[in-house]
Design a protein around this ligand. Structure first.
Ligand code: PXL
Length: 279
């Protein structure tokens, strides 16, 4: 199999274990050559630090990809995470068109909301535009809150049953996404999981529910999923491997109260690599 090269587009939060500082090491560890396009540089992420710096790199994004285009550089997948503005969403669409190989995959993690709320700085208009980006995705990776915001579905505390999940998957698929991996599904108090909608069929993968959640796990999930998929695993295999990786990341972090801002994903990488590596 030809070695795969991907591009990931998201911000650099210098401290905080999210976005590019987790995406690059995780996909690289999975054996995938990963190019990066930083959309902004922040001193930290926005989820709990105060007074962070923010340097918007929107103005550089198309110049960078135009250079790649002129050099004939192409990617087997473009995978996006946190984006800082509606303009960036539009730039990403063009960059995907310009730099993907013919069968290249558009993988979109909306990375904009959780627990019923949009992250700091995002608006409903942004959520709708992100819905547009998910609409052109080969694979969209929303959590329940993001799926609700993108489809104008009131968030009422999360999924109650399979009928709820199927209805939400119908709506996200209705935006145009070819395949949807919906995260954060729970029908029982101690089980959490993901639902994968592909070619009209839904599969579920459940695992132990950890006692607390951490910032940045969505970013780690998307990176592990992309790494596993590009290594030749199926969408369902990649969705399950990424879910188990997150459980392990949380297990390695819980107990160290000073580590509130992200997960110690580095400690869980060896297990992920072993699971996804197909040689
Ligand atoms: O983890 C998503 C994320 C990425 N980048 C920045 C963020 C967040 C979530 O809050 O603030 C800058």
């Amino acid at each position: 199999m030809k070695d795969k090269r991907i591009l990931t587009i998201q911000d650099i939060s210098c401290v905080g274990q999210c976005s590019l500082t987790v995406a690059l090491p995780i996909t690289s560890a999975c054996g995938i050559e990963t190019a990066i396009l930083p959309s902004a540089v922040l001193s930290t992420h926005t989820g709990g630090f105060k007074g962070y710096t923010f340097r918007d790199l929107s103005g550089d994004m198309l110049d960078i990809s135009n250079h790649w285009k002129s050099e004939g550089i192409r990617f087997d997948a473009v995978y996006t995470g946190y984006l800082g503005s509606i303009d960036q969403i539009e730039y990403v669409k063009k960059i995907m068109d310009d730099t993907l190989t013919q069968d290249g995959l558009r993988i979109v993690d909306p990375a904009m909301a959780d627990n019923g709320r949009l992250y700091y700085g995002f608006t409903e208009e942004f959520a709708h535009r992100m819905g547009g980006l998910c609409g052109i995705a080969d694979i969209a990776l929303p959590n329940i809150t993001e799926a609700c915001f993108m489809t104008d579905t009131p968030y009422d505390g999360g999924p109650k049953d399979q009928a709820y999940v199927e209805a939400l998957l119908d709506k996200v698929s209705g935006l145009g996404a070819k395949c949807v991996v919906l995260k954060g599904i729970s029908f029982e108090p101690d089980r959490l999981g993901v639902a994968v909608r592909q070619e009209g069929k839904t599969s579920y993968y459940f695992h132990e529910k950890m006692p607390r959640s951490f910032h940045g796990t969505g970013d780690c999930y998307a990176a592990a999923f992309t790494g596993a998929l590009m290594q030749g695993n199926s969408v369902c295999e990649a969705a399950g491997a990424a879910a188990d990786f997150i459980v392990e990341c949380i297990r390695k972090t819980i107990g160290d109260d000073s580590h509130w801002y992200g997960v110690k994903f580095e400690k869980a990488l060896p297990g992920l690599v072993k699971r996804v590596n197909r040689g």
